[in-house]
Design a protein around this ligand. Structure first.
Ligand code: IDP
Ligand code: MG
Length: 138
């Protein structure tokens, strides 16, 4: 079990000014920020990040959405980080997310669902290194 996970605050949540409230919930849940940056993904780079979904019907729309405005990329640390963070954000579809979860509170739709959360320790490490070098992780 690793103690790190990776998240992005997605474009609509950043644009609507919800990043501060989301980071507050993340910190209150016991996660420590290891690295954080605001950046704009090109559609091609969003496509690389979500390459695992390239056969899915929503892939093209997802790449367009994820490159529609800046995102905030964050590496987080906590015991049982991956599973605990997935619990904190709630289900992919906000209509199915539990009360109090970040997606229930902030998501607009199954696509514009406010935040990303890594689904495994291996992906957390890969996704973190997609945005940050080792010397940027504190
Ligand atoms: P996750 O973010 O909860 O891990 P994934 O299945 O990995 O969900 O999907 C990645 C992202 O693709 C979702 O967060 C969401 O933005 C988008 N997405 C997933 N399923 C759908 C869908 O059925 N329609 C539109 N967008 C979707
Ligand atoms: Mg996923």
């Amino acid at each position: 079990m690793s103690n790190k996970t990776f998240t992005m605050i997605k474009p609509e949540a950043v644009a609507e000014g919800n990043s501060g409230a989301i980071i507050k919930l993340i910190e209150e849940a016991g996660f420590r920020i290891v690295a954080m940056k605001k950046t704009l993904l090109s559609a091609a780079r969003a496509g690389q990040f979500y390459a695992v979904h390239k056969e899915r019907p929503f892939y093209e729309s997802l790449c367009k959405y994820m490159s529609s405005g800046p995102i905030i990329a964050i590496i987080l640390e906590k015991g049982n980080a991956v599973a605990d963070f997935r619990k904190l954000i709630g289900a992919t579809d906000p209509s199915k997310a539990e009360d109090g979860t970040i997606r229930k509170l902030f998501a607009k739709s199954i696509e514009q669902n406010a935040v990303h959360g890594s689904d495994s320790d291996d992906n957390a490490a890969l996704e973190g290194s997609f945005f940050f070098s080792q010397t940027e992780m504190y």
